[in-house]
Design a protein around this ligand. Structure first.
Ligand code: 5AD
Ligand code: SF4
Length: 478
């Protein structure tokens, strides 16, 4: 249990997922590639961009690693454990490469960016190293590697948003899709390696975002999740000479959200992730105004102690965060709230830990991702503070935090018993084809019998909650 929670990554179920093949005969592609992705949703979205770039150059995707000419691994550096998982996977690729000499192995994403050409020295059988802003150069790098050179591009960019690239969505459930709206992060949370691996923040052209969302809707998708490291600081200033500039001025996140919501009332809109300091009343009012903007906010607190928050450089205090939670509940009483929590940060004392437990209680999180602190090379915390909390203490505190969250999740689900929710059907439930699984606006998973209704995935249906577990609501069609 502990191992699980200690490296609980966002969307656990997808870690290491491989890309599905394109339809049709693989033989007509010049090369076959295989991609496996780790880490955050942004990485999964990036793999879809990489697949699109490779596909346009005549490469075909395969899910069978044995038939691949190119193996890519899209990597995560957020915690040490994530990097260990990836290194283990690379040793497995190495064995394959010994058997198949002309196969190439490429490392993409945050670990590529963090380690740069050091990767090639450390992992002798890696041929290609590409950072998150350099995916357009992949076809050229593959050619270089085929010519026997070690191919590296880890240049970060201030502009790259891949705005014009249509991600390939072979692996999705056909109902919900992720749309990247910005890249990078300008916050300098002292524990976080992301600003170093993903570079400066930049926002994608809103017209390309709207077009992508509209195309998805026309293809039958019913839900888009707008993705960025810190979506609330989305800001796009149209070029001075563009006709758009005169009409609309700069586009903030709330304006963007509204434009996406207006595509269709039956297209649900979600977003992730928010930084508490940046989520504005404008955003909250826009959420409240449109029924199809889901009433759910992922609002990572990281710690409940003002002293620790300061060391983390989160730029808010405990009270400020609590006031933000109040504000959300005031504007949207039915809004779901979830969080990320780091336990055992440098100098954390029992009192700080209790403050975290207390703020969890106050915020009544429906759900949290909980981690113990993992020191990352190059971060401000690594340079300034000592990682001084013993492993056993971190683990003990993490267990307490997980227990508290389990209680809160159960209490929140129990409160829903007897209520009815509009649910977007995502597909068969994992356990039985006789049941549907879907989500409420508040992002809670709900499972219910299909009965004899003529429904299909992508449909909306009203479901009454009859029972629950800590993780799932159980209902029946109302
Ligand atoms: N150690 C532990 N957790 C971390 N996170 C980010 N950096 C670290 C780290 N060094 C967590 C934060 C963030 C989430 C994506 O990962 O909680 O919100
Ligand atoms: Fe990391 Fe903080 Fe940026 Fe999130 S907001 S990616 S935690 S630096």
């Amino acid at each position: 249990m502990l191992d699980y929670v200690t490296d609980k990554v966002q969307d656990e179920s997808r870690q290491g997922e491989a890309f599905a093949p394109f339809a049709g005969d693989l033989n007509h592609y010049k090369k076959r590639f295989y991609i496996e992705s780790y880490g955050c949703q942004m990485n999964f979205a990036d793999s879809e961009i990489v697949a699109s770039i490779l596909h346009n150059e005549g490469f075909g995707a395969t899910r069978n690693i044995g038939e691949a000419d190119l193996i890519f691994i899209n990597t995560c550096s957020i915690r040490e454990k994530a990097e260990q998982t990836i290194r283990k996977r690379l040793t497995e690729f190495r064995k394959l490469k010994v058997q198949k000499k002309d196969m190439l192995v490429g490392v993409l994403g945050c670990m590529a960016e963090r380690l740069k050409s050091k990767f090639l020295e450390e992992e002798k059988l890696v041929d290609i190293v590409v950072g998150p802003d350099a995916y357009r150069s992949l076809p050229g790098l593959v050619a270089e590697a085929e010519g026997g050179q070690k191919a590296v591009n880890v240049l970060l960019s201030r502009e790259e948003t891949y705005a014009d690239i249509s991600p390939v969505r072979i692996d999705s459930n056909g109902v919900s899709a992720f749309v990247s709206i910005m890249r990078g992060c300008n916050n300098m949370c002292s524990f976080c390696v992301v600003p170093f691996t993903r570079g400066r923040e930049r926002s994608r052209d809103p017209d390309s975002i709207i077009k992508e969302c509209r195309d998805l809707f026309e293809q039958g998708y019913k839900e888009v999740t707008l993705l960025g490291q810190n979506v609330d600081s989305y800001y796009y200033q149209p070029a001075v000479d563009s006709p758009q500039s005169a009409v609309s001025g700069p586009i903030t996140f709330s304006k963007l959200l509204e434009r996406v919501a207006l595509i269709s009332p039956i297209l649900r809109v979600r977003f992730s992730t928010s930084h508490p300091k940046d989520i504005t009343d404008d955003v909250l009012h826009t959420m409240a105004k449109y029924e199809n903007i889901c009433k759910y906010i992922h609002l990572p607190v990281q710690s409940g102690s003002t002293r620790i928050l300061q060391l983390m450089n989160r730029t808010y205090t405990r009270e400020w965060y609590m006031a933000k939670v109040d504000r959300i509940r005031q504007i949207m009483p039915d809004c779901g709230i979830s969080s990320d929590i780091i336990t055992g940060f440098c100098t954390e004392e029992e009192q700080d830990h209790n403050d975290t437990l207390d703020i969890m209680e106050y915020s009544r999180y429906d759900f949290s991702y909980m981690f113990f602190y993992s020191e990352r090379p190059g971060t401000l915390a690594q340079k300034r503070y000592k990682d001084d909390i013993p492993e056993e203490v971190k683990k003990k505190r993490l267990v307490e935090i997980v227990d508290a969250q389990n209680r809160l999740s159960l209490a929140s689900n129990k409160k829903d018993i007897g209520k009815s929710f509009k649910v977007l059907i995502e597909g068969d439930s994992k356990r039985s084809e006789k049941n549907w699984t879907g989500r409420t606006s508040q992002n809670k998973v709900i499972v219910f019998p299909k009965e004899n209704y003529e429904l299909k995935k992508g449909d909306y249906v009203t479901v009454r909650v009859k029972d629950c577990t800590q993780a799932t609501l159980l209902g029946e069609i109302a």
